[in-house]
Design a protein around this ligand. Structure first.
Ligand code: GDP
Ligand code: IMO
Ligand code: MG
Length: 429
């Protein structure tokens, strides 16, 4: 398989885990390049479900090397717990996984700050996953972050003392909450020394050498383009770049290594957390359209990391077209087509009306996007069952017409179609 970046191109949870797991046997390496334990990537093989937060979704395959790049933020407790679950299931994770010496560590004070800020924001909160992602990336850019390599370099004690003093000052003086103890930090550092240092590597160098030797690489994104810190619905976004370009800086590779960009998106739209969502139909706060309820229930739309109910709505082609452009998507993987089975009609948003103006791109101002009303094309639904389909012969004509419209409006071909959660529920187009 060609070297491919696989990214989410809506608001996350598009089914990246499933797609990466099923493509993994065709590559030699799967590499994560951004995000952290805010991600929840689900793999379903037969009756067994595995949810991964930090470990790349290629880990279940014998011959796949899994890499975690410098662009990620790693919580030692979370990854060790994940590794232990995999070890219990008989997966030799220590042999298959390497972690960049340059990746940033998430420490307990990052989570404490994340939580305190969300509480202080009250109704205006972002609805983060509470995993300390924002504060960890802030420390990185403020040049005070703790990287994995710091665990074996001098001066860690002093850095930690300084970071803890600054964080505890904010926690106690501004947010009026309890401070974080040094003992809690030291326990995490100890765990990281014991379990992560043996996996530490120069990931950029591994990729360079393996690429030269002819190995193929699948780059696994987390979150989605609409959560990108620049191109998403700022400030209701995550704290990293999620577009394809982030794969390069997040692993230390050049653009010449990339052949294709696979944009993964659902046949409808979901979002967890706050922020604008023009085609929204249904949410836990009382918005209760029947089709939206169908999507939430049939799609089993609950967050893989936090368990929160996801907001649901129709497919938004303005969002996907935006992602195709800013992330250079060369092919679409449409997931969860089966969830639309049984709807009398299906809709596709092709533009927005905002202050009597027709918009066909995402406005930079989230307050403006909040005011946008979707312009829909309505197509016939289908009563046939597409769940589990493995060939286009099993797909009804109405669904084919819907998919064709997606390709036209989003200006990108569909290369994969997912019809169920299992690894085998797939059509290569
Ligand atoms: P990710 O974060 O992008 O990896 O996605 P999540 O794992 O958070 O959420 C996607 C959910 O949809 C998971 O529960 C998957 O098992 C499930 N899923 C993936 N593809 C399909 C599909 O084609 N049909 C159905 N019904 N479920 C799917
Ligand atoms: P995967 O990789 C869906 C959302 C949160 C919140 C915003 C900021 O599974 O698709 P953060 O904790 O990152 O500071 O939260 O981003 N969010 C996700 N939503 N899927 C994810 O990851 C997400 N990671 C973060 O809900 O709105
Ligand atoms: Mg997810």
């Amino acid at each position: 398989m060609k070297n491919t970046i696989a990214i989410g191109i809506q608001w996350g949870d598009e089914g990246k885990g499933k797609i990466v797991d099923l493509l993994a046997p065709q590559v030699d390496i799967v590499a994560r390049f951004q995000g952290g334990p805010n991600a929840g990537h689900t793999l379903v093989i037969g009756n067994k479900k595995t949810v991964l937060h930090l470990v790349p979704s290629g880990i279940l395959h014998d011959a796949t090397l899994c890499l975690i790049g410098n662009g990620t933020v790693v919580a030692p407790e979370t990854i060790v717990e994940e590794m232990d679950t995999l070890l219990e299931a008989g997966i030799p994770v220590n042999e298959r996984l390497r972690i960049s010496d340059r990746c940033q560590l998430i420490l307990p004070y990052h989570r404490a700050l994340d939580a305190a800020r969300e509480v202080a924001k009250g109704k205006g909160k972002i609805g983060t996953t509470g995993r300390g992602i924002g504060p960890a990336y802030e420390d990185k850019t403020a040049r005070r972050g703790i990287r994995l390599i710091d665990l074996v370099s001098e001066g860690l004690d002093a850095k930690l003392a300084e970071n803890l003093a600054w964080t505890n000052f904010q926690l106690t003086e501004y947010f009026k909450v309890d401070p974080v103890s040094r003992a809690d930090i030291d326990a995490v550092i100890e765990l990281a020394r014991e379990r992560l240092l043996p996996l530490m590597a120069d990931v950029s160098l591994i990729l360079y050498e393996r690429h030269k030797a002819g190995d193929s690489i699948l780059f696994e994104g987390a979150q989605g383009t609409m959560l990108d810190v620049d191109f998403g619905t700022y400030p209701y976004v995550t704290s990293s770049n999620t577009v394809a370009g982030a794969a390069l800086a997040g692993l230390g590779v050049g653009p010449g290594m990339i052949d294709e960009v696979l944009g993964i998106c659902k046949a409808y739209t979901t979002r967890v957390g706050a922020g604008p969502f023009p085609t929204e139909l249904y949410n836990a706060d009382g918005m209760c359209d029947t089709a939206g309820k169908h999507l939430a229930e049939k799609g089993n739309e609950f967050g893989s990391t936090t368990g929160r109910p996801r907001r649901t709505g129709w497919f938004d082609a303005v969002v996907v077209r935006h992602a195709v452009r800013v992330a250079g998507v060369t092919g679409l993987a449409i997931t969860k087509l089966d969830v639309l089975d049984g709807l009398e009609e299906v809709k596709l948003c092709t533009g927005y009306m905002c202050d009597s103006e027709l918009l066909q791109t995402i406005p930079a101002d989230s307050a403006r996007l909040e005011k946008c009303e979707p312009v829909y094309e309505t197509l016939s639904g289908w009563s046939d069952v597409t769940f589990g389909a493995t060939s286009m012969d099993q797909i009804p004509e109405q669904a084919k017409a819907f998919l064709k419209r997606i390709e036209e409006v989003c200006e990108c071909p569909i290369t994969m179609l997912s019809t169920g959660p299992d690894r085998d529920h797939i059509i290569h187009m």
